[in-house]
Design a protein around this ligand. Structure first.
Ligand code: GTP
Ligand code: MG
Length: 308
């Protein structure tokens, strides 16, 4: 990546940018967090959890790697879906290496439309080194499905490596880092020591509230949820934060609020516990539920929610 930057105080290492792409739900964000050693990206068993690119910076004695977690590659037609997919595809051009995460334990065919093969081809067209990750190796089903998948990838010209790993247990991540390092060149670290993400605590906290809603609220509602932290007061050992929860319709607002406010109370309590666990301090969480009609398919709505 060609960039002009101030090199004062930056140490000399092998460095570079690695984009993590793949279908929804394959474990990209879980992998990012495992590499970072803390929760930066939210994760969930439901697809389309990540909506924007998120950087986590990995450092060791030899390398500094900026990993970019991206939204899952999918075919949704709304403006939000298209924004998500463009985030993911755009990450390829700035990357030194492209890692494509797949989940051989699911029945998803990665060689069909909107599969990993399409992503690999896009990256190879731009002459990027491509590494395929076969994630969830801790699952028996994954190990059973793995051999034929490795066979299929071996017929695709240009694929650098196929690496089984488990983002959940961390097994195999060292091998992935070694394989990536082969493709990086000596240079200056891009980020100062101690910086492990481009995202603020406020932003992560807003995402944690969205993750809580994904877990607590069923059906299609999570796809209509947006969260935004509107105030953040650092009080030393605790944080007082206020956030807006956006929905698309009045009926969804009623569900999020719940009978006599029971659901929004539950969301607040559960978020507070998660935030305390993540940041190691107490949180006081105040939530407002707002309707932004049809925001997932409107430019105005996306801008208002911060997806620009
Ligand atoms: N057993 C197992 N589960 C995993 C592993 N990695 C991720 N998962 C689970 O897979 C689900 C999806 O994980 P995410 O990290 O949110 O997946 P993602 O690829 O970021 O999904 P999107 O953001 O929707 O594209 C979650 O329930 C994770 O706990 C793994 O190595 N083993
Ligand atoms: Mg994700």
């Amino acid at each position: 990546m060609d960039m002009e930057f101030d090199t004062t105080g930056l140490k000399k290492v092998k460095s570079g940018f690695v984009a993590i792409l793949g279908r929804p739900n394959t474990g990209k964000s879980t992998l990012l967090n495992a590499i970072a050693g803390r929760k930066i990206a939210i994760t969930s068993p439901k697809p389309q959890t990540t909506r924007e690119n998120i950087t986590a910076i990995y450092n060791d004695e030899e390398v500094q790697i900026a990993f970019i977690d991206t939204p899952g590659y999918h075919s949704g037609a709304k403006k939000l879906n298209r924004y998500m997919v463009s985030q993911s595809i755009n990450s390829i051009s700035d990357a030194d290496v492209v890692v494509i995460v797949t989940d051989p334990s699911s029945k998803e065919d990665e060689f069909r439309k909107f599969g990993a093969l399409e992503l690999a081809e896009k990256a190879l067209e731009l002459s990027k080194p491509v590494i395929i990750v076969l994630n969830k190796s801790d699952k028996k089903k994954q190990r059973e499905g793995m051999l034929p998948v490795i066979g299929k990838w071996s017929t695709v010209p240009g694929i650098g490596a196929v690496i089984p790993l488990s983002a959940m247990t961390g097994d195999g991540i060292d091998i992935l880092i070694k394989e990536i390092s082969v493709h990086l060149s000596e240079g200056f670290a891009y980020y100062p020591e101690g910086m492990d993400t481009d995202r603020s605590d406020e932003w992560i906290a807003g995402e944690v509230i969205r993750e809580t809603i994904i877990m607590l609220v069923s059906q299609e509602i999570p796809y209509s949820i947006g969260t935004k932290v509107i105030s953040w007061e650092d009080k030393g050992d605790s944080v007082r934060m206020e956030a807006d929860i956006f929905v698309e319709r009045d009926s969804q607002k009623a569900i999020i609020i719940g009978a006599k406010g029971s659901m929004v109370k539950k969301i607040g309590e559960s978020s507070r516990k998660s935030l305390a666990g993540i940041f190691g301090r107490d949180f006081h969480v105040f939530l407002n539920v707002r309707v932004e009609p049809g925001w997932t398919d409107s430019s105005r709505g996306l801008i208002k929610l911060g997806y620009e």
